[in-house]
Design a protein around this ligand. Structure first.
Ligand code: HEC
Ligand code: HEC
Length: 278
C-alpha cells in the first residue's frame, strides 16, 4: 500500500463552494452554540440534536466554566499515563489513542466517564479512578498543549465493490468534507473541522492524526449505537453519524483522518518523512 500525508489547509483551498460554506459556518455555529444550543445543527448537513449539556451536574464543578486546568501541574500528573500514551501524548502503539492536541474539556469528560463507568474499558477505568476533577482538567490542559504528530493515509486504489477505482483515503475524504445527505450522513468537517482539530466549546474532539486502528474501533462502536454519557451529558451525535457507514467507509475515514493535519506542521517535516508521500 502507498501512503500519503494529508494537508488540512490544502483541503480548504481545494474545497468546492458547498464545502467551503460548511467550513465557514462551523466556527460561527459552534460559538453560537455556546449561548444557544438550538443553533448547533445549522452547520451540519443533517439535523442533529444539540449535544450541549444543560446543567453541569454529572461532571461536577470542575467541568463547569470555573477552574481551568493548569498544564504545568498536569505535566507532572501525566507521568502515570506515559507508559501507554507517551509523555507528549503521541503514543506510538496504535492500541493507545493519541492525546496530544486533544481538548481539555474532551479529555476531562472522557476521564469522568471512565471513573463513573459511563465509558467502559478495563484498562482506563482503574487509571481514572484515583483522579480528582482538578487532576483531570490539569492533565487535559497539559495534553492539549502538546502537538499531535500526523500519520499517513492509505493511498492505494480500491479494486472491487462500489468504490472500485478510487483511492482508499479519497472515499473517506469525500465523506469527511461533504457527508452523504441522501443517507443521512453529515460532513465530519462540520463538527471536527477541516484539519480534524474539533471544537473545544462543545467538546468535539480533535481527531486529526489519530491512529486509524483506534478510529475504526470508535466508529464501529458508534455504528453499533454507542452513546456515551447519561442524561443531559449524553452525546448522541456520533451514533447517528455512524449508523449508515459501511465497514469500507469506516476504514477509509479512519485512514484519511490519520493522515490529516494542518499545513503549518508540514513545513518542519524531515526529508525522509516527506519522501514517504508520493
Ligand atoms: C496501561 C495503558 C494505559 C495507561 C497507563 C493509561 N491509558 Fe488512557 N487509554 C488506554 C487505552 C487502551 C485507551 C482506549 C480505551 C477505549 O478504547 O475505550 C485509553 C483511552 C484514554 C482516553 C480516551 C481518549 C479518547 O480519544 O477518547 C483518555 C482521555 C485517556 N486514556 C487518558 C489517560 C490518562 C489521563 C492516563 C494517566 C492518568 C491514562 N490514560 C493512562 C490505555 C492506557
Ligand atoms: C454533530 C457533530 C459531529 C459530527 C457531524 C461528527 N462528529 Fe464525531 N464526534 C462528535 C462528538 C460530540 C464526539 C464525542 C462523543 C462523546 O464524547 O461522547 C465525537 C467523537 C468522534 C470520534 C471519537 C474520538 C475519540 O478520540 O475517541 C471519532 C473517531 C469521530 N467522532 C469521527 C467522526 C467522523 C469520521 C465523522 C463523519 C463521518 C464525525 N465524527 C462526525 C461530534 C460529531
Amino acid at each position: 500500500m502507498s501512503l500519503k500525508r494529508i494537508l488540512g489547509v490544502a483541503l480548504l483551498v481545494g474545497a468546492t463552494a458547498a464545502t467551503a460554506v460548511a467550513i465557514a459556518q462551523a466556527p460561527a455555529a459552534s460559538s453560537a452554540a455556546s449561548s444557544s444550543p438550538a443553533a448547533a445543527p445549522a452547520a451540519t448537513t443533517t439535523a442533529l440534536p444539540s449535544s450541549l449539556p444543560q446543567s453541569p451536574v454529572a461532571l461536577g464543578d470542575a467541568h463547569a466554566m470555573g477552574k481551568l486546568g493548569d498544564a504545568k501541574a498536569g505535566q507532572a500528573k501525566a507521568g502515570a499515563c506515559a507508559a501507554c500514551h507517551a509523555i507528549d501524548g503521541n503514543s506510538t502503539d496504535a492500541q493507545f489513542p493519541k492525546l496530544a492536541s486533544q481538548q481539555e474539556r474532551y479529555i476531562t469528560r472522557q476521564l469522568e466517564m471512565f471513573k463513573s463507568g459511563e465509558r467502559q474499558n478495563p484498562i482506563m477505568q482503574p487509571m481514572a479512578a484515583p483522579l480528582s476533577a482538578q487532576d483531570m482538567r490539569d492533565i487535559g490542559a497539559y495534553f492539549a498543549s502538546q502537538k499531535v504528530t500526523a500519520g499517513v493515509a492509505d493511498d492505494s486504489v480500491i479494486k472491487t465493490g462500489p468504490n472500485a477505482g478510487k483511492k482508499f483515503y479519497m472515499v473517506g475524504q469525500q465523506l469527511y468534507r461533504g457527508g452523504d445527505p441522501a443517507r443521512g450522513i453529515p460532513a465530519c468537517m462540520a463538527c471536527h473541522g477541516p484539519t480534524g482539530a474539533g471544537n473545544p466549546g462543545p467538546a468535539y474532539p480533535n481527531i486529526g492524526g489519530q491512529h486509524a486502528k483506534y478510529i475504526v474501533e470508535r466508529l464501529t462502536a458508534f455504528h453499533g449505537g454507542l452513546v456515551l454519557g447519561k442524561g443531559d451529558w449524553a452525546k448522541p451525535e456520533m451514533a447517528q453519524v455512524a449508523r449508515n457507514l459501511t465497514d469500507e467507509e469506516i476504514q477509509a475515514l479512519a485512514t484519511y483522518v490519520e493522515g490529516l493535519h494542518p499545513a503549518a506542521e508540514d513545513a518542519g517535516k524531515s526529508a525522509p518523512k516527506a519522501a514517504a508521500s508520493p
